[in-house]
Design a protein around this ligand. Structure first.
Ligand code: ADP
Ligand SMILES: Cc1ncc(COP(=O)(O)OP(=O)(O)O)c(N)n1
Length: 268
């Protein structure tokens, strides 16, 4: 029965790879978006065959088909934020940059995914250059983990001071805010946000859970959801870390490798 009432939700587009095991990539992004109160949409850059033990194959879409997906979304339901995850080639990155600048996309969160937890390389050499040159300058925030921040800044990170220095180099070079994630450190889960020449720490509680597949995808999608809903970057990061900690604390245990988190932990 039509009651004449219309609801509007904020919308987020994820441009990323599909993870057949559902813990990272597009699948993690859409679950995170639902749990964070936004309507999620997707443009798939590649299919991956993977599970908790590793990635056995990557099958990229053509540049034309990626453009078609982005056009289909923007021409109908304009996203309030865009999250970019795994993009395996420079050619696909160029398509994304061109289409997003054509549509003047806002609130772009770039997760510069390079290597999976299981150690598989998820992008080629040419893609790193294109990512730096084309995607980082469009980002409201980039969210490298420590190994990715090392590649992007060209310095070795061994301490929290190094995290600040790396984030500063990336931010100055590419003109975006940088959240350097500390999940790869052993004793804490503190992330560093560098923006406009200043920085602040987001102190996380370290959760003793070996199942961390997809933490980066989840965090960046939750940040994009917060930005779409009108939160400041700092508020969006704070809320995203809270959500991620809850998903880790739920202690889901699936698969024989590093398993996924419980994205639906708030659902009874
Ligand atoms: N064991 C953990 N306990 C709590 N937070 C964690 C843990 N591992 C990672 N995180 C958090 O997950 C997010 C993703 O970080 P990280 O694992 O470094 O990225 P990636 O998944 O891209 O490698 C960060 O906010 C980080 O602090
Ligand atoms: C399709 C796909 N995209 C991204 C990743 C990597 O996920 P991420 O959350 O950045 O990293 P980990 O927490 O798994 O290290 C992936 N595996 N697959």
């Amino acid at each position: 029965m039509y009651l004449g009432r219309h609801r509007r939700r904020k919308t987020v587009l994820t441009i990323a790879g599909s993870d057949s095991s559902g813990g990272a990539g597009i699948q993690a992004d859409l679950k995170t978006m639902l749990a964070n109160g936004v309507y999620g949409m997707s443009a798939i850059t590649a299919l991956t065959a993977q599970n908790t033990t590793g990635v056995s194959g990557i099958f990229p879409v053509t540049p034309e088909f990626l453009a078609m997906q982005i056009d289909s979304v923007f021409s109908d339901i304009r996203p309030d934020a865009v999250k970019i995850g795994m993009v395996s080639s420079g050619e696909l990155i160029r398509v994304i940059a061109e289409r997003l600048s054509y549509y003047k996309a806002e609130n772009i969160v770039v997760d510069p995914v390079m290597i999976s937890t299981s150690g598989s390389r998820l992008l080629d050499e040419d893609a790193v250059g294109a990512l730096k040159e084309l995607l980082l300058p469009m980002a409201a925030v980039a969210t490298p983990n420590i190994p990715e921040a090392e590649v992007l800044s060209g310095i070795c990170i061994r301490s929290s001071e190094d995290m600040v220095r790396a984030a500063e180099i990336i931010s100055r070079e590419y003109g975006c805010a940088v959240l350097c994630k500390g999940g790869h450190r052993l004793n804490d889960a503190n992330d560093l946000l560098y923006r406009d020449g200043g920085f602040c720490w987001f102190m996380g509680r370290r959760i003793d859970n070996p199942n961390t597949h997809g933490t980066g995808c989840t965090l960046s999608s939750a940040i994009a959801s917060g930005l779409a809903r009108g939160y400041s970057l700092e508020q969006a990061v704070e809320r995203a870390k809270e959500y991620l900690s809850g998903a880790l604390e739920a202690m889901l245990d699936l698969g024989s490798g590093s398993g996924p988190m419980d994205h639906g932990f708030q659902i009874p």
